[in-house]
Write a protein that binds this ligand. Structure first.
Ligand code: 5GP
Ligand code: ZN
Length: 137
């Protein structure tokens, strides 16, 4: 994809600070880290969104995210790691080329997700949502 920022990083047209790569995946530092050390695992081939990404490649990306998480713990002394993958503008995705965020977390790093748990109006409403998801399987 000629107009894709991450494809340009893969081809070397845009520089990136690479942490790891193999034939299928590239891992580089996010230019706008949520926490310093924030890395992105991308596929070298252009795919998007997650539902259109080949299974084997997706599995490899997630195993790579696990490897990078361990490296953030070992190398940076991270106390925890967030692994996040956004799909679609509604989900906050800015770059439409599949990628996994691997974000090192530290005890008092000051970052808080806006994770405000809501409530279903009733048990039935939750069950209805579950039925709709099951129908989509
Ligand atoms: P998204 O919101 O699509 O899940 O995340 C895209 C991420 O890519 C953002 O965290 C953003 O900081 C990062 N990003 C966007 N452009 C570049 C770039 O040119 N270089 C690097 N290293 N990261 C980028
Ligand atoms: Zn791309």
């Amino acid at each position: 994809m000629s107009d894709c920022i991450f494809c340009k990083i893969v081809s070397g047209d845009i520089p990136a600070t690479v942490v790891y790569e193999d034939d299928d995946v590239l891992v580089f530092m996010d230019i706008g880290p949520i926490i310093k050390g924030h890395a992105l695992v991308i596929s070298k081939e252009h795919h998007d969104p997650v539902t259109e990404t080949p299974d084997e490649l997706l599995a490899k990306m997630h195993l790579t995210a696990k490897k990078i998480a361990a490296a953030q713990v070992n190398g940076l002394g991270a106390d925890g790691v967030n692994i996040i993958q956004n799909n679609g503008i509604a989900a906050g995705q800015e770059v439409p080329h599949i990628h996994i965020h691997v974000i090192p977390r530290f005890g008092e790093d000051g970052h808080h997700w806006n994770w405000a748990a809501k409530k279903y109006d009733s048990f039935e409403e939750m069950a209805e949502m579950a039925e709709k998801i099951k129908a989509g399987l």
